[in-house]
Design a protein. Structure first.
Ligand SMILES: [Fe+2]
Length: 302
């Protein structure tokens, strides 16, 4: 009966007016914002140039990647969290994988085979938004969905804290994701900091404010251009040695004309590209990233 209510009342209500661009999935998920499938570990990637030895470890980037096509309104920020991981070993040996973070909402929707949790930005507007909330409350009441273990998407921030990789969005506790020896990712579950926290946590924590200095000493600013038709996301600075200003800036770059995705590594003081990893699959534009060194991985809590 609730499904009938959804299809005969709420969906027509949502389709009654044309969606504005900020909640229109045709706009929000167009081009390289479109979701991709999970990718198991792909080894032996082609590398142009030489990746510096201080970058042995795993570059991680979080992003939104809706598992199901939206029924109506959808904003980019509503998508399920997906982490892309590039593992860098010695002598330019690089692998890539991407995995959904298995949030409580994703697990339940995967079991049901359809989206049932409300999308806070894309759906919850006006009368149809209220109707969606009421429908969700009714489904929770009869036990079809369980919202008591969190409703977050874990798609925005990602940080390596005290031996744990944590994927976070502003609407829930972080999710602990394990990085295995092959560079694959496995969701362990919601992380409450050993039961010290039981409320949503910001998605942009500052772990170490002393190591992210990338502007130049003399106050000048230099830039690196990816080239025509090539677009990057938020770059991540990795110091050559802990606490140093010298280091490398890395991030995913999309070549829209060649239909290719790369991980580009730029030497920070000269702003000169030193390496590019050709990725085997398209990597959508996303949000925040981090780098976990080989040594940090050895101390990972499993
Ligand atoms: Fe953010």
């Amino acid at each position: 009966m609730l499904d009938k209510l959804e299809s005969s009342l709420i969906v027509p209500m949502e389709h009654n007016h044309p969606l504005p661009k900020p909640t229109d999935p045709a706009v929000q998920l167009s081009g390289n914002f479109a979701p991709v499938n999970e990718c198991p570990v792909q080894n032996g990637l082609e590398v142009v140039g030489q990746i510096p030895s201080c970058l042995r470890g795993v570059y991680i980037r979080n992003g939104a990647n809706p598992m199901f096509p939206p029924l109506a309104g959808h904003h980019l920020f509503d998508g399920d969290g997906m982490i892309h991981a590039v593992k860098i070993g010695s002598d330019n040996r690089v692998s890539y994988s991407c995995r959904y973070t298995r949030t409580n909402r994703l697990i339940q929707e995967a079991e049901l085979g359809r989206p049932v949790f409300p999308k806070p930005i894309g759906e919850l507007h006006g009368h149809s938004g209220l109707a969606r909330l009421a429908l969700f409350a009714a489904r929770a009441e009869i036990g079809l969905v369980d919202a008591t273990r969190g409703m977050g998407v874990a798609n925005a921030g990602v940080v390596y804290f005290n031996g744990r990789l944590l994927a976070m969005s502003e609407d829930d506790l972080p999710y602990h994701v394990e990085i295995n020896g092959q560079g694959d990712l496995k969701t362990i579950g919601r992380f409450g900091f050993d039961d010290q926290i039981d409320c949503p946590v910001i998605a942009h924590p500052k772990v170490n404010p002393t190591t992210a200095k990338v502007d130049l000493e003399d106050g000048t600013v230099s830039e690196f251009k990816y080239g025509p038709g090539r677009f990057g996301g938020e770059p991540y600075f990795v110091p050559e040695e802990e606490g140093e200003d010298e280091g490398y800036v890395m991030g995913f770059v999309r070549d829209e004309e060649r239909d290719e995705s790369e991980l580009v590594v730029v030497e920070a003081s000269e702003m000169k590209q030193v390496a590019a990893v050709r990725l085997p699959e398209r990597v959508p534009y996303g949000f925040h990233g981090t780098f976990v060194s080989e040594n940090q991985l050895k101390e990972q809590v499993i």
